[in-house]
Ligand binder design. Structure first.
Ligand SMILES: Nc1ncnc2c1ncn2[C@@H]1O[C@H](COP(=O)(O)OP(=O)(O)OP(=O)(O)O)[C@@H](O)[C@H]1O
Ligand SMILES: [Mg+2]
Length: 467
């Protein structure tokens, strides 16, 4: 859409169609600037070196078994004392802010996850991505940026990774080079090491939202409009089966969590996830999580096993964090057999694509069902697909809310009820657009009214829209 917009602008412009774009001049760097950068680099290297030395020394001198039992302030005092002594001995006395920073960093090394700690504490950071020991990126407000945090060397990073995975009883090494884990606060972690990670160990952390985004907050941040929010709320309350689709990091889990708040507290909800991320507010929730195979290759529990088991737990609703494989079939069966109001997410780039992904996943199960049968199962199981997207300016939007209306031949038919139309960009590069009802009245409208849900705020006709 944006490309079209740009193209139109270009044709209107008096410039010839083919223009030579002048390359940006490389700014010349003064001698002083070079010297400053060099001394900065040296300072940083020296700092890392002192820290490594002191850290080793602390590991020797501190009684590690006691660390968990000592109060944080006392430990800080102990570390401060040991650090001052060691620095005196080395003829490198330090005081004031520098000393405070160093003691803080050492506290993080001893007690926590080293250089990751300040990033974990920073509420504006959503994702932390470590690509080898020298490169750390974070995502803030949907935009990736590189941060100065770094690990001393590969061993240092590996030690931190090991600390994370061993806390949850898992291991990572050459024979099992990747692992999914969780931090104590619930943040989701994936780690991968050599030989699969070619350029060194890599860590991806999706931080646990301490204050999860509610539909009201999504509305306030412009991820959708009032009318679309009212429709979504009505769909959940009227027990429609919903598939939330989107690319990586587009906000699928966040949306699923937000929508779950409209489930009545009288219902029994079973959640199934690979790594538990959902934060349902209701009391009557049974959370289940998959388990990887043990080192001898046994004992794995897959999402499919858990969905099947869930059916025997008398659930009112089943929520699968993300369908990735053959459990899609069991999920559809559940939706078709009285577990209305179930919800899940899928990784796909459009509502139509989401249905093809589900179809492929059903086929992964090895059941040789004809296409038409799979599609008919999908068409009767899923009522709505909500498509999300992370736009180039980092913002997340509901791109479409589409209703599945049935089958025509062997094609699943669907109609968009709401779409987001991109209109261009403002001067700061923010995407401009608006949510528009397509004017189509959802087929389920009468069922929504019959279910007694409030549909007064839901305006699906274009002329009444305040979008
Ligand atoms: N509408 C939104 N506005 C602002 N931030 C959002 C929004 N939706 C999600 N986020 C933030 O974006 C990050 C990714 O969200 P989320 O985990 O829901 O995405 P996802 O699509 O489930 O990702 P994945 O594909 O990795 O499972 C989170 O840190 C979340 O807090
Ligand atoms: Mg997710």
């Amino acid at each position: 859409m944006f490309r079209e917009f740009k193209a139109r602008k270009a044709t209107r412009s008096p410039q010839p169609a083919l223009t030579v774009v002048k390359e940006e001049e490389t700014p010349t760097v003064s001698q002083e600037e070079l010297a400053r950068r060099e001394s900065e680099r040296k300072r940083e290297a020296e700092h890392l070196e002192i820290k490594a030395f002191l850290h080793n020394r602390l590991l020797d001198q501190l009684n590690l078994a006691m660390i968990d039992k000592i109060e944080e302030e006392r430990l800080r005092g102990e570390i401060g004392k040991l650090v001052m002594e060691a620095l005196q001995e080395q003829g490198r006395p330090m005081r004031g802010e520098d000393l405070k920073t160093l003691v803080n960093e050492l506290m993080h090394e001893v007690l926590g996850l080293g250089p990751l700690e300040p990033l974990l504490e920073d509420a504006t950071v959503n994702d932390i991505l470590v690509n080898g020991h020298r490169n750390v990126y974070v995502e803030r407000g949907g935009v990736l940026e590189r941060v100065p945090a770094r690990f001393r060397d590969e061993r240092h990073l590996l030690r931190i990774i090991d600390k994370i995975v061993s806390r949850v009883g898992r291991r990572i090494d050459e024979s099992q080079p990747w692992v999914d884990a969780r931090l104590e606060d619930g943040s989701r972690v994936n780690a991968i090491v050599r030989p699969c990670a070619i350029d060194g160990p890599s860590l991806s952390i999706r931080k646990f939202a301490k204050d999860p985004l509610t539909l009201e907050k999504l509305l306030a941040s412009g991820s959708l409009n009032t009318s679309a929010a009212a429709l979504l709320r009505a769909l959940v309350m009227a027990r429609m089966n919903i598939l939330i689709s989107g690319g990586t990091g587009s906000g699928k889990t966040t949306m699923l969590n937000a929508l779950s708040s409209f489930i009545s507290s009288r219902e029994r909800i079973v959640t199934i996830e690979d790594a538990a991320e959902l934060q349902l507010q209701q009391d009557h929730v049974l959370r289940m999580e998959t388990r990887p195979a043990s080192p001898n290759g046994t004992g794995a529990v897959h999402q499919r096993d858990l969905v099947r088991n869930a059916l025997r737990m008398r659930p009112d609703r089943i929520i699968v964090g993300e369908v990735r494989g053959p459990e899609a079939f069991d999920m559809l069966q559940a939706m078709n057999t009285g577990h209305d109001g179930s919800m899940t997410t899928v990784h796909a780039n459009s509502t139509r694509d989401a249905l093809s992904r589900v179809e492929q996943m059903v086929q992964m199960g090895g059941m040789e069902l004809p296409h038409a049968v799979i599609r008919a199962t999908i068409a009767s199981a899923i009522h709505f697909v909500v498509q999300l997207s992370r736009l180039s300016d980092g913002s997340r939007r509901v791109m479409a809310i589409s209703e599945i209306t049935g089958m025509e031949g062997d094609i699943v038919t669907m109609q968009d009820i709401f779409v987001y139309r991109r209109l261009g960009k403002d001067e700061e590069g923010r995407i401009l657009g608006r949510f528009t009802p397509t004017g189509i009245r959802p087929r389920c409208y009468d069922s929504l009214v019959a279910a007694g849900v409030d549909v007064s705020e839901f305006q699906f006709t274009q002329d009444r829209s305040n979008a």
